[in-house]
Structure formats: C-alpha cells, structure tokens
Design a protein around this ligand. Structure first.
Ligand SMILES: *[C@@H]1O[C@H](CO)[C@@H](O)[C@H](O)[C@H]1NC(C)=O
Ligand SMILES: *[C@@H]1O[C@H](CO)[C@@H](O)[C@H](O)[C@H]1NC(C)=O
Ligand SMILES: *[C@@H]1O[C@H](CO)[C@@H](O)[C@H](O)[C@H]1NC(C)=O
Ligand SMILES: *[C@@H]1O[C@H](CO)[C@@H](O)[C@H](O)[C@H]1NC(C)=O
Ligand SMILES: *[C@@H]1O[C@H](CO)[C@@H](O)[C@H](O)[C@H]1NC(C)=O
Length: 478
C-alpha cells in the first residue's frame, strides 16, 4: 500500500516536471474586495504559488496561513519615515506583521517589500532619505526576531531607477541622480541575501509613446530586432531586464538575483488596454519564461509576479483609466480572459467560488427622459466622481454605448458601489431601478458583491466555531 502510494507520487513528479512557478500581486484597493478566504482558494485552485502584497492586512495574512503559498508582505511608502527613524517601530512592525503570522498562523512569509516604487520621479524625491534606513531597520528587526534566514528584505523599484546612455541594454546604469543610493541599497541587499525587485511595464512604453513599435511590446517576434553589438532583442521586456543586468554588472553585482515584482497588461480603460492585448501579453510572457531560457544576458529561470490578480475599482486614475483594470480576474473573481498559467490541467483560469452577490437589479436612466434634460450633466458627473466610469471612453469595453446607455452605466456604477441603496438611484426624476440586465456586447453592467466586513466576519466565524466546538463536545459527551 505505502509503496504503491510512493510510486504514484513519483510517477506524478516525473510526468509533471514542476512548471516554472508564477506569482501574482494581490492588491486590495477596491470598493468591495473579495473576502480573503475566497481569494486564497482561488489562488490555490489556479496553482498560483506566490503572492505579493502591498501591505500586511491581518485577515489577508491569516487566510494565507497553512496554504503554503509564498508571501511577500509590503510596507506602504507612507510608513517609511516612521520605520526609518525608529528601531522600536520597525521591531513592532516585524513582530505584528511577520512574526505573529509565521508563528501562530503558519504563513509562509519569504520577503518583506519595504516601500513600493519609492523613487518614482512623480514622488519628487519624498522617499529618497527614508527608504534605505527603513530597509536597514526592518533587517535589524528580522535578525532580532530570528527570522532573517527565512524572510528577506527587498524593495520593489520601478524600472526607471536605471536607464541607458546608448538606449541599448549594454549602456545600462543606475539613474544618475540616485546612483550612489542605488549602489548602497544593492550592496545592502547582497550582504543580506535579498533580491533586486523590479517592475517592468511594456504597456506604459506604448501608452507614453504613440510611436513605440507595438510588436516590440509583445513576445511574438519583430521583423526588425534591436541589435546590441550582435545580441538581438525581439521584445522590450528582455531589453529592459538586460539593461538592469548590465547596470548591476557595471557596478560589480553581476550575480545579484532579480525578481520581476510586477509585470502585466490592463484589460480596459485605454485604446491599448483590452482583453485581446492583455491575453496576448500575459500568455506570451508565460511562454517566454517557460523552460527557463531567460534573457540574452541572463539565461535561466525568471522569477515573476503578474500584475495583477484582481481588478481594483478604488485605485487612483492619475496614471490613466487603465489603472483599475490590471487584473487577470474581475473584481468578483471571474477570469477576464482565457489564460494558461501552465499550472492546472484545464489550462484556463478557474473562477472564484462562493462569491455572494447583491440582488439582480441595476440603476438606469428612465426611458422617456431626454438627453438634454438639465439634470443629466450634473448627475453623470456626480455618479462618475464617486462611482467608476473608467470603462467609458474611446476604445474601452463600454466605448460603443449610445448616449443613454452611457448615462445608465454611470448611474449603475454609483448605485452598485453604494450597495444598491435605494437613495443611490434617485437622480432627480431621471433614474430608475430595473431587473433587466442592461449589459451589451463587451460592456458589462456589473452587479456588486456583498461587502466584506473583515474584522466583524472573523469575529462571527470565531463565535460560530465556538458554537460548533460546543456542539461537537456535547455530541461526544452524549
Ligand atoms: C502592520 O501592517 C498594517 C498594514 O500595513 C499597518 O497598518 C500596521 O500599522 C502595521 N503594524 C505595526 C505595529 O506597525
Ligand atoms: C511633485 O511636484 C509637482 C510639481 O511641483 C507637484 O504638482 C506634485 O504634487 C508633487 N508630488 C508629490 C507627491 O509631492
Ligand atoms: C533629504 O536629505 C537632504 C540632505 O540632508 C535634504 O536636503 C532633503 O531636503 C531631504 N529630503 C526630504 C524629502 O526630506
Ligand atoms: C460616454 O461617456 C464618456 C465619459 O463620461 C464620454 O467621454 C463619452 O463621450 C460618452 N459617449 C457618448 C456616446 O455619450
Ligand atoms: C420630478 O417630477 C415631479 C412630477 O413630475 C415634479 O413635481 C418635480 O418637480 C420633479 N423634480 C425635479 C427635481 O425635477
């Protein structure tokens, strides 16, 4: 019996060589985040073995306990100055947000991401003085807690921390204004066994530059590859990654491990953000890293986290409307498109289970109201300012709606985000609730999911389990 069991395991291990494992970024800037337990089940069913978080939310980490999923917990930029100036604060952070979860919930925490792209030029240098001291204090706190062998400090940086004097990868070096700081950080990472974490975004290259060659953003090959002294580049990902490799080599850190902290493509909110391109990019990326070919300058496996797991309707749209649409899953855990992660035998994303929706009803514009009704303009502005209208606009999923449908979309978004409150569909005499789904073609009029009350729910579950335990005790006594 035992031997045949072992034989089965061996056979499975031989037939299915461990596919290169892919991670995912799990952000929670949503009006209605999915309950963490549902997300963890979804991660497991899709064979996603690593997650990267942007904070250390208690319920999220608890839900990840015992899953064996590798976790990178995050420290938001706003906390950097406190952690930089106080050893005590860093110790408290590690104790509360790392030690507790490892020791009591069995969470497989492997990295602490100190800050998130803190040197982005849009931050005007706000975090230049605090990022490195915060990393150092967190490292000291991890050592004190005895966790430094298991948990490594890193800092996810945008690819704009390096550039190339020649525009070719071989000209790569750290950005002149932060070069010394970058070298200090890299040295520190090497000393403590932490990886260099970089976020690479071919979509942004295309978004920012109308002349950027579209094919070069993807992985299907280009007719005119870029030659870098006889090394040929067929996609911007390889070129960008190798620019970093050259920057590291040039400064004496050629063996530094690299993690791609974020990579992905949005599905909506811009003419280049759609399901077709997102699928093409992510599927192409998966194929590109499968088999561990790596890049021309750094052959071998690539360690990467897709950006992102789930759409987030409360993210700032300052970078662009696409910002709320990076998910491979919708806000309610449906696959945004067919993507084969190479981890499940179905080869397609598996939707979240147990999602609870509000009622099947929508808020729309009353049929007999005219478009030039003076209430329309201010109502739509109001609805869009508090709802989410990022799927309206040229080239987006709801870009083909007519004027009335467009207005209905805005009303419905506001209504759903407000949990279908009656008062949220009272745009003066111009709106009404309907039970007929107004969705058309690619445009989905969502029904919101039930709000998740983090703390309260877990208190309820706690009491429920007490009651259950009592019941079990009684049964066994009887
Ligand atoms: C733990 O992390 C959470 C979420 O990021 C944060 O709000 C909290 O302040 C942290 N706890 C400590 C003691 O620093
Ligand atoms: C950075 O500076 C610009 C221009 O001075 C300003 O508009 C912006 O608000 C600043 N951003 C931050 C994060 O301080
Ligand atoms: C960082 O430190 C430098 C030198 O001490 C100082 O000039 C600068 O104002 C500081 N920047 C911030 C954002 O605190
Ligand atoms: C629909 O709404 C968007 C955003 O409010 C606007 O840009 C677009 O022109 C509207 N389309 C129509 C047909 O009214
Ligand atoms: C709504 O319609 C009613 C009845 O037609 C009218 O009395 C009322 O003034 C209207 N309200 C607004 C805000 O237009």
């Amino acid at each position: 019996m035992e031997w045949s069991f072992v034989a089965v395991i061996l056979a499975v291990a031989l037939v299915c060589p461990r596919a290169s494992s892919i991670g995912a970024n799990w952000g929670t800037q949503a009006s209605h985040p999915l309950p963490p337990d549902i997300v963890v089940r979804m991660l497991r069913e899709n064979g996603i073995q690593k997650v990267k978080l942007f904070d250390a939310e208690y319920d999220t980490l608890r839900a990840l306990g015992k899953s064996r999923i590798e976790v990178m917990v995050g420290i938001p930029n706003e906390m950097l100055s406190t952690l930089a100036s106080s050893h005590k604060a860093a110790e408290k952070w590690v104790s509360k947000n790392v030690s507790t979860h490892i020791n009591t919930d069995n969470v497989n925490i492997r990295y602490v991401a100190v800050g998130n792209e803190p040197f982005l030029s849009t931050y005007n240098g706000s975090y230049l003085n605090t990022t490195f001291p915060a990393m150092r204090n967190i490292q000291i706190a991890l050592i004190k807690a005895g966790l430094h062998n298991q948990v490594k400090v890193t800092c996810p940086l945008n690819a704009d921390v390096y550039d190339s004097s020649t525009t070719l990868p071989s000209g790569g070096d750290f950005r002149a204004d932060i070069r010394d700081l970058m070298i200090t950080i890299v040295k520190f990472l090497v000393e403590n066994g932490g990886p260099f974490t970089v976020n690479i975004y071919p979509f942004i290259s295309l978004y920012n530059d109308a002349n950027f060659p579209v094919d070069y953003a993807f992985f299907d090959g280009v007719s005119q590859p870029v030659s870098d002294g006889g090394t040929f580049y067929y996609n911007v990902f390889d070129a960008n990654y190798d620019t970093l490799v050259h920057a590291l080599e040039k400064n004496g850190f050629g063996n530094m491990p690299i993690i791609v902290g974020e990579i992905g493509w949005p599905t909506d909110g811009d003419r280049n953000a759609n399901v077709e391109y997102a699928r093409k990019f992510n599927q192409g990326f998966m194929a590109h890293i499968a088999g561990g070919r790596g890049t021309p300058r750094r052959p071998g496996p690539i360690d990467a986290y897709l950006f992102s797991l789930i759409d987030e309707d409360a993210k700032s749209v300052q970078p662009g409307y696409f910002e709320r649409h990076w998910g491979i899953f919708t806000f309610d855990g449906l696959p945004n498109y067919a993507l084969n992660l190479g981890t499940t035998n179905t080869g397609a994303l598996i939707q979240a289970k147990g999602v609870r929706y509000l009622q099947r009803k929508w808020c729309v514009m009353k049929p007999n109201v005219r478009l030039d009704n003076p209430q329309v303009g201010p109502s739509v502005s109001y609805a869009c300012s508090l709802g989410d209208c990022t799927s309206l606009g040229v080239g987006t999923s709801c870009g083909d709606l007519d004027g009335k449908e467009n207005i209905s979309y805005a009303f419905n978004s506001y209504y759903q985000i407000n949990d279908q409150l009656d008062t949220a569909c009272k745009f003066p005499n111009i709106s009404e609730v309907t039970k007929t789904d107004p969705s058309t073609g690619t445009c989905r009029f969502p029904i919101m999911i039930e709000p998740y009350y983090g703390g309260a729910a877990h208190v309820q579950v706690f009491f429920l389990s007490l009651v259950m335990a009592a019941a079990v005790t009684m049964i066994s006594i009887l």
